[in-house]
Ligand binder design. Structure first.
Ligand SMILES: *[C@@H]1O[C@H](CO)[C@@H](O)[C@H](O)[C@H]1NC(C)=O
Ligand SMILES: *[C@@H]1O[C@H](CO)[C@@H](O)[C@H](O)[C@H]1NC(C)=O
Ligand SMILES: *[C@@H]1O[C@H](CO)[C@@H](O)[C@H](O)[C@H]1NC(C)=O
Length: 529
């Protein structure tokens, strides 16, 4: 509970900061991002809260040169233009209030943002007196004997027909919840569905009447009988949903097929539940989805390449049991935030990652079983602020292209089998505020890197750097280097796909402070950010 509200308020503040920031930064180059993706941005808090104070000098675009870098897709989302939400005003609870902190347990839902001034729904203004709570909506008046004075039909108790539909879905689902420690489902009674805890109503753009546009049961800790609580028959039956936030419950089974039929559905958060099976391909058909959070479940096996065709901004897959290669088409995803962390992904980081150069802000690969050398194409990610491959089985030197990571703040290569000298140019990246190379086999650091070390922004503990304290033993280093080591892409390791280079007279950028906490690291915590 305490943590919940802590995170909630954190989110709110991020939300505010971001609002300001966003509009400041917007002009840069991402109208694409700004328009229909803004909503989403806000929820998550958006890229680099502490974004580029003084971006680097002369960078090329997502460059042109040799091997196919970022070219084939000048626009981040090639196939689908911007079809997703924009045209008709979505039922828009604007991007779901950043998990409205209050709406959950304590207060009755404060009827969040429902944006349009939402004039009263269709016809029947809600009757003053709610009918007595009964199982089913008050239908047949009790049968009396003859000549009933023609009982005036009970007034229609629902705000609209869409609400009535939702009412039945909630009533069918409620008995399945056998554990409701926060008394959320308990409030799901009676015809005033919009007042149920967690429910957000908004005007339905097509039917022009009130409808259930969102459900936020983050942290509700719902549990079911026999440890079973299916999403089927609930999530998929709330036809007007735009978002479903169900962090930290005990939903089981898989994602209902029919989520693809939810027309306005754009945010799905199923994090920290007990969902099993392979990647839920059901979500792939939900083409309006912009936010997909499956972290902290028991999904296993592979991730289908189709995932990277989803037009999402956020893809959180961390802390599951995915144990195959990351599909080669990774770079075709327009997502800003990727978390693959703490699975069992194998194989190399796909070279295509460079194609995400216009859109990728933060990516977490940490805690997997990735192997191979780093593709130089990573250097194309000139919008990235966070790149973390720590605790994998990666090897090779640091590609010189990393000196093109113009906005990078967090760069973590710790606990792998990297080796060789640390390229000086990487240490001159002006936004770099947290750079860890700890526990590898690096052998040399030059004066620029030593400056970073002095400021405690660069960690080189447990390497093979002569004369440095806290290094691996000679025996460990010798054993490692006694085997020949080579990357298949050896030549590319020195390729620098941008123009910023240390000309001898280049003004040395001044490093500022430590990096601020990047947002995606919040995803590594079970409970909602
Ligand atoms: C549901 O999950 C939470 C943790 O997310 C756990 O504390 C709780 O005991 C579970 N309840 C049931 C009934 O499984
Ligand atoms: C996506 O949203 C648009 C407009 O809001 C709608 O017309 C379309 O049917 C939706 N797509 C799906 C798969 O429901
Ligand atoms: C860098 O980040 C790590 C966590 O990833 C943290 O433990 C460390 O203190 C940070 N270093 C600096 C200088 O901020």
């Amino acid at each position: 509970m305490a943590t919940f509200s802590f995170f909630a308020s954190l989110l709110i503040s991020i939300f505010l900061v971001h609002l300001c920031l966003y509009h400041g930064v917007e002009s840069v180059d991402d109208q694409l991002i700004s328009t229909h993706r803004e909503a989403l941005e806000i929820i998550i808090g958006g890229g680099g809260v502490n974004s580029p104070p003084a971006p680097p000098p002369e960078y090329e675009e997502c460059p042109p040169p040799p091997p196919p870098p970022c070219p084939p897709s000048p626009s981040p989302s090639p196939p689908t233009p911007p079809p997703s939400l924009p045209p008709s005003p979505p039922p828009s609870p604007p991007p779901s209030p950043p998990t409205p902190p209050p709406s959950l347990p304590p207060s009755p839902p404060p009827l969040p943002p429902s944006p349009p001034p939402s004039p009263p729904p269709l016809p029947p203004s809600p009757p003053p007196l709610p009918p007595p709570k009964r199982k089913s909506p008050p239908r047949p008046p009790p049968k009396r004997k003859s000549r009933p004075p023609p009982t005036p039909p009970a007034p229609y108790p629902f705000e609209s027909q869409r609400i009535e539909l939702a009412y039945h879905v909630f009533q069918n689902f409620r008995p399945l919840i056998t554990s409701d420690p926060k008394h959320i489902a308990k409030s799901w009674q009676g015809p005033h569905v919009c007042k149920y805890k967690g429910v957000v109503c908004a005007m339905h753009p097509t039917y022009k009447q009130k409808a259930v546009a969102g459900l936020d049961i983050n942290g509700a800790l719902f549990g079911g009988d026999n440890a079973k609580l299916p999403l089927d028959g609930f999530l998929d039956k709330l036809e007007d949903l735009a978002f479903f936030h169900a962090n930290s419950n005990n939903f089981t089974g898989s994602v209902p097929k029919d989520v693809s039929k939810l027309k306005f559905f754009y945010e799905l958060d199923l994090s920290n539940n007990k969902l099993i099976g392979g990647f839920p391909n059901e979500v792939l058909a939900a083409t309006n989805l912009t936010f997909l959070d499956l972290r902290f479940n028991y999904f296993a096996g592979s991730v289908t390449p189709e995932v990277f065709k989803l037009d999402v901004d956020v893809l959180f897959l961390n802390n599951n049991n995915f144990n195959q290669k990351i599909p080669d088409n990774l770079g075709s995803s327009p997502a800003h935030y990727f978390t693959f962390a703490n699975n069992k992904f194998t194989g190399p980081i796909p070279r295509s990652i460079g194609q995400a150069c216009k859109t990728l802000y933060e990516v977490l690969f940490l805690g997997n079983k990735l192997t191979g050398c780093l593709p130089y194409e990573i250097g194309y990610l000139n919008q990235a602020t966070v790149f973390d491959v720590s605790s994998n089985l990666l090897t090779g030197p640091i590609p010189h292209s990393f000196s093109c990571l113009a906005k990078i703040e967090y760069l973590n290569l710790a606990s792998n089998r990297f080796y060789g000298p640390v390229p000086e140019q990487v240490c001159t990246l002006s936004n770099l505020g947290n750079f860890s190379l700890a526990n590898n086999y690096f052998t040399e650091v030059g004066p620029e890197c030593r400056k970073l070390m002095k400021k405690k922004l660069l960690d080189v503990r447990q390497n093979c750097i002569l004369g440095e304290p806290n290094q691996k033993t000679k025996a460990q280093c010798n054993a490692f280097f006694s085997k020949p080591r080579k990357c298949p892409n050896e030549k590319e390791m020195t390729y620098v796909p941008c123009k910023r280079y240390l000309r001898s007279n280049e003004k040395k950028p001044e490093h500022q402070k430590q990096a601020s906490a990047p947002l995606s690291y919040g995803s590594l915590v079970r409970h909602r950010l």
